[in-house]
Design a protein around this ligand. Structure first.
Ligand code: ZN
Length: 298
């Protein structure tokens, strides 16, 4: 019964979306696009989360493959998610492609610092690579991503990992901190791009998590059988890659309607949720920075 309702709602939104397509037309983007998928296979709470991570990377890859516009499409799950490969791929995309999008599923290290480069104290952010958290060579550093920028082709970055919501800042041409500032070379992005229906004119969008990210295998509490947050992530990419009519905002909305049973703005991802670790409560939520009117080129 619930499933039928979900499908009905999904179809309603599909029809609505197609009428949007008619109204605004389909953006034509020429150029060569890159989509790079990264994930690690360690330190998850159970094997199911590891399997869901592997499966989700494959599904996202297939969605981009079906789209057909992505001349460079890489699923670097497990072995290839090495920090050195990550920097090399950022550089390759910057030097050879007109647009790049990145998805990463894994873990953050604790912020590093303070660093006083440029005169004011700031902290650096790091993702774990597939070898683990330590030593530092296993970490994907914000500043080393920024170091590889050249043509500013990165348009959409989606990090499904904890503690990666720091907008950061650009200290100078070869020093930045925080993942948004490091991927996009700017830190003036709209901090609530989903709610802000206008454009911040950044042409970029970033999705991350304040504090603790959801596990893919966690049920959303909706559907029969219940959907989980992996379903949310995959459904988001299903919409986002299917047509440029599906902006990042619309893709979040439709995925939430189908897999969480409410609009994204009413979902716990947007509203926030508490996670208790070692008796400490972490108020956590997904963040969307920049311009959610952006779409993935096709
Ligand atoms: Zn620094």
């Amino acid at each position: 019964m619930k499933k039928n309702t979900a499908i009905t709602i999904g179809l309603m939104w599909l029809l609505l979306a197609f009428s949007f397509t008619q109204m605004i037309g389909v953006a034509i983007v020429n150029g060569n696009e890159a989509s790079i998928i990264w994930a690690v296979n360690h330190s998850y709470p159970n094997d199911y989360e590891t399997q869901a991570t592997n499966y989700t990377c494959e599904v996202i890859y297939d969605y981009f493959d079906d789209n057909g516009a992505y001349e460079r499409l890489e699923n670097n799950y497990v072995e290839a998610t090495e920090s050195s490969a990550f920097y090399a791929e950022v550089e390759n995309c910057e030097d050879n492609y007109s647009y790049a999008t990145v998805f990463y599923k894994g873990h953050s290290c604790l912020p590093w610092g303070p660093c006083y480069e440029g005169g004011s104290a700031h902290y650096h952010y790091r993702l774990a690579d597939n070898d683990g958290f330590e030593p530092e060579t296993n970490q994907i550093w914000d500043n080393w991503i920024h170091d590889k920028l050249n043509n500013l082709v990165h348009g959409f970055v989606f990090l499904w990992s904890c503690f990666d919501d720091e907008m950061g800042g650009v200290v100078n041409f070869d020093h930045a901190y925080g993942f948004p500032a490091s991927f996009f070379n700017r830190s003036d992005l709209s901090a609530d791009a989903y709610a802000y229906l206008g454009s911040d004119n950044s042409d970029v969008c970033y999705i991350g998590f304040t504090n603790v990210s959801k596990n893919f295998v966690e049920p959303t509490g909706y559907g029969d059988p219940e959907y989980n947050y992996g379903d949310f992530c995959r459904t988001f990419y299903g919409y986002a890659t299917s047509s440029s009519a599906y902006t990042i905002r619309l893709s979040l909305l439709y995925s939430s309607l189908i897999t969480i049973g409410c609009s994204y703005s009413l979902s716990d991802l947007y509203q926030g949720y508490n996670v208790t670790i070692n008796n400490v409560d972490y108020f956590s939520r997904q963040v969307v920075y920049g311009d959610a009117n952006e779409d993935l080129p096709d």
